[in-house]
Design a protein around this ligand. Structure first.
Ligand SMILES: Nc1ncnc2c1ncn2[C@@H]1O[C@H](COP(=O)(O)OP(=O)(O)O)[C@@H](O)[C@H]1O
Ligand SMILES: [Mg+2]
Length: 500
């Protein structure tokens, strides 16, 4: 027994802690009734005492002077009070469980116990295919895997948020590792820290199905990698939306060149090939040319266009098409963007994402997700005020075609509410800053208004998952990636040796 219900109201049930027990913030407790049980979660702790403040001050003073004197009935008269909210009512019939939202209060003076594995069997339903972590009760980790319906979760977008260093990348490594095991989802990963392949440590290259991982990088020394080159002939004006801001005259100029020569418009601008109707001021063309050279990292040498970044005049004509095909086959494309600038990374993301959405509108038989770090770079309020872009389009309508975002940020408050609300699964890791917690709590799928303190105090790898695909906001602990890979591999070997 951990404590006894002694009062309160719906959403703020109060229990007294049993002497000698320690109830933690975020802990899950069970109140058993004859026909059902209520799952409760602690969200606040305080002291209670029957002594007046004055008496307590006096007694502690005497106690400090003379350590022989003891407090009068210390454990009985002073205690800890826990404030709890009910998460669910669980009804057990035989071996099956049904869950519903709680509409009543636990019995007065009923005792509370720790949650155990059997209480949470309902989390293990068969269509829940995607492992995310283990259920956590306070800081204790239970042997209950949290699995959700992967196809729905991924197509309805995921937001991963938390202060730097709280475990976003570790969680994402595990998530990608799990997605590779399934064949219904391709993921495009724009990886600005080049951390998911595992160049020096364990990474996706070590996956038993590593043939499903395609690694694009401009450092060709990595075994089996693909060269990151994109031919400028595949670029379209729309690819620059939200990444580069053009004046309206510049935009008109670009569109005119594109209309005249859809696969050679960039070359034409750079070479200053005159348009037949020269509506445009020479200086406009010159500015557009200069900006394009700069953005695409191109230069002119001996009257030839030379690329010194990922964009090229000759090579890489099939790169985008190949990437989209790989994704449509349910594989993972890791793009090492650590060697290219942030804007080039976003432009590359925009080019591929445009083609993904276009292809999924036609075929759409598989899920495709796009993982993007520092998401406010493309989904920020200030960015979207200047004009929409493909990432915002996908956030709004991608799910109809199975295209989802996995947006990572430590600053969710910079993303407009309408887009946050569209991200139907939020992985909330420890968040120190109050405005960030507020933005996330206000757009969560469940009522997290009492979890502000719990979110602030989440440790590395601890999280709360709030999603439309679960009945309650699930407290979880993510494994460390190395630990997960080791356990996964040893389970596989055991299965092979001893059968399942
Ligand atoms: N689930 C976890 N279990 C144990 N340690 C973790 C876990 N997640 C993160 N860490 C530790 O925290 C460090 C930072 O994690 P990381 O995922 O890089 O944070 P972020 O991407 O949020 O900045 C890791 O190097 C690791 O040491
Ligand atoms: Mg990170």
């Amino acid at each position: 027994m951990k404590g006894v219900v002694i009062g309160g109201e719906v959403g703020a049930i109060i229990a007294r802690e049993k002497p000698g027990e320690k109830i933690e913030l975020g802990e899950l407790l069970i109140s058993d009734n004859s026909s059902s049980k209520i799952l409760l979660q602690v969200y606040d702790l305080s002291y209670g005492s029957q002594f007046s403040q004055q008496d307590r001050e006096l007694m502690s003073g005497i106690h400090m002077e003379d350590s022989d004197t003891d407090f009068f009935e210390k454990e009985h008269r002073s205690y800890v009070l826990a404030k709890m909210k009910s998460l669910l009512t669980i009804r057990q019939s035989g071996s099956s469980q049904t869950v519903s939202s709680t509409k009543d209060l636990p019995d007065f003076f009923s005792s509370l116990r720790e949650v155990c594995v059997d209480d949470l069997g309902f989390l293990n339903s068969s269509n829940n295919s995607l492992f995310l972590g283990n259920v956590r009760s306070g800081s204790k980790v239970l042997d209950v895997p949290v699995r959700l319906d992967g196809r729905s979760v991924l197509s309805h977008h995921i937001l991963v948020t938390g202060t730097t260093g709280r475990g976003k990348s570790v969680f994402l490594s595990t998530l990608l590792w799990e997605i590779v095991k399934n064949d219904w989802c391709g993921v495009l990963v724009l990886d600005p820290h080049d951390e998911y392949i595992g160049r020096v440590r364990v990474g996706l290259k070590d996956h038993p199905r590593s043939e499903k991982i395609f690694y694009y990088t401009s450092d060709s020394s990595f075994p089996g990698c693909r060269s990151l080159k994109i031919c400028i002939s595949v670029l379209k004006p729309g690819h620059f939306d939200g990444i580069v801001e053009w004046s309206s005259a510049q935009e008109d100029c670009i569109n005119a060149y594109y209309r005249r020569n859809p696969s050679g418009w960039i070359e034409d601008i750079i070479m200053e090939v005159p348009l037949s109707d020269s509506r445009f001021h020479e200086s406009t063309v010159a500015v557009v040319k200069r900006r394009i050279l700069n953005i695409l990292n191109l230069s002119i040498s001996n009257n030839n266009i030379v690329g010194s970044g990922i964009f090229d005049v000759v090579h890489g004509e099939g790169t985008v098409r190949d990437i989209v095909n790989i994704l449509r086959n349910g594989c993972i494309v890791l793009v090492d963007t650590s060697r290219i600038g942030g804007r080039t990374e976003l432009l590359l993301g925009s080019i591929v994402s445009n083609e993904i959405l276009k292809s999924s509108k036609i075929f759409g038989e598989k899920n495709i997700s796009i993982l993007i770090e520092e998401a406010p770079r493309v989904l920020g309020i200030d960015v979207l005020e200047r004009g929409s872009n493909i990432f915002a389009t996908i956030a709004r309508e991608g799910r109809k075609f199975g295209v989802g975002l996995i947006a990572v940020t430590q600053l969710p408050s910079l993303i407009p509410r309408s887009i946050l609300a569209n991200m139907n699964t939020k992985i909330i890791l420890g968040t120190e800053m109050k405005p960030e917690r507020t933005a996330i709590i206000e757009s969560a799928s469940q009522d997290l208004s009492s979890d502000d303190r719990a979110i602030a105090s989440l440790d590395k790898g601890e999280a709360i998952i709030t999603t439309n695909f679960s009945r309650f906001a699930i407290p979880v602990k993510f494994p460390s990636f190395e630990e997960h890979v080791l356990r996964d591999k040893s389970e596989k070997i055991q299965k092979r040796l001893f059968g399942s």
